[in-house]
Design a protein around this ligand. Structure first.
Ligand SMILES: [Zn+2]
Length: 310
């Protein structure tokens, strides 16, 4: 597999190293019942809204990047972000190895010029076992309609909330071929001198592992060493947000095999949230909306939103 692909397809379902337990200092343990909620917008995350988006995206026969359905899937995301309160959602076309598709980008301007830009991203394309099969049924509910649903829900809840930092909500295509959409976007941003980003990536966040935990991913080396410490500090913010706003046990793992990598390679500060390994439906026709836990997806959405507000 991957014979005519410039990069090996990412294997998100198989972490390179195990995640370790995160225990916040000054507390008994993460995931105890001592979490607190702090009112809107974090408390306003709607599991029903998340389910609705997942079902709508999974209803496309496939969202394979080489399928003609990738365009209508992008349009569905444009429509949902527009309805969430953003009139200026844009589609940006990339081309790689003779294939083209669009990234969907929506910007919420910050109130403080010059403050760092935060990217909240998730890929909307999906695949079956054979990465070249653009015609088989591929619902891609957990991988990764759930992540897209989370960013749309966060965009909706932040639409009227003034924040110092500019936030860009981005849905990438071409992830399953080798991070093609995110690589093109990272390259374009940096070529425009628009660097120094914080990147938060959501890829597979709707189906809890056996212990019900969420894994906060941080940068442990990779291409650029100079951004590791800032990533680990940012991951600590996300892990604490998880402990404060959900009852989920929290783990710390590495970033790997998803759309934050092209940004990491350009020096940006990258983290992610991830359910952890163990989804038996990974890259299969059986990755359907019924296999997701919408309470869990809502929790991951809450902790991500709380991270942006921290
Ligand atoms: Zn994925």
């Amino acid at each position: 597999m991957g014979r005519d692909l410039p990069l090996a397809p990412p294997e998100k379902g198989y972490p390179p190293s195990p995640a370790e337990r995160f225990v916040p200092t000054g507390r008994e343990k993460a995931g105890s019942a001592r979490w607190r909620s702090t009112g809107p917008p974090v408390d306003s995350v709607s599991a029903d809204a998340l389910r609705n988006t997942v079902e709508e995206l999974a209803a496309f026969h496939t969202r394979h990047t080489f399928s003609p359905l990738i365009g209508p899937a992008a349009e569905e995301i444009v429509n949902r972000l527009t309805a969430a309160g953003y009139p200026d959602v844009v589609r940006r076309t990339w081309t790689n190895a003779g294939h083209s598709a669009d990234n969907v980008i929506c910007t919420k301007p910050g109130t403080e010029p010059g403050s760092p830009v935060v990217l909240l991203c998730a890929h909307y394309d999906c695949r079956m076992e054979d990465p070249h099969d653009a015609t088989a049924r591929a619902p891609g509910a957990d991988d990764n309609a759930g992540g897209v649903a989370a960013i749309i829900e966060i965009a909706r809840l932040l639409a009227t909330v003034p924040l110092p930092s500019t936030i860009r909500f981005v849905a990438f295509s071409g992830e399953e071929q080798g991070l093609w959409g995110s690589s093109a976007y990272a390259e374009a941003l940096h070529a425009a001198g628009d660097g120094a980003h914080q990147v938060v990536n959501l890829d597979m966040v709707g189906r809890p592992p056996a212990d019900g935990s969420v894994t906060v991913e941080r940068d442990l080396g990779n291409s650029v060493p100079g951004n590791d410490a800032a990533s680990q500090a940012f991951a600590e913010v996300m892990a604490r947000a998880a402990a404060d706003h959900t009852a989920l046990p929290v783990r710390l793992g590495p970033i790997y095999s998803s759309d934050y990598m092209p940004f990491e390679a350009r020096g940006d500060v990258t983290i992610g949230a991830y359910e952890g390994e163990g989804n038996p439906h990974y890259h299969r026709t059986s990755d359907t909306p019924e296999t997701l836990d919408y309470g869990y997806l809502a929790d991951v959405t809450r902790l991500t939103l709380a991270t942006l507000l921290a």
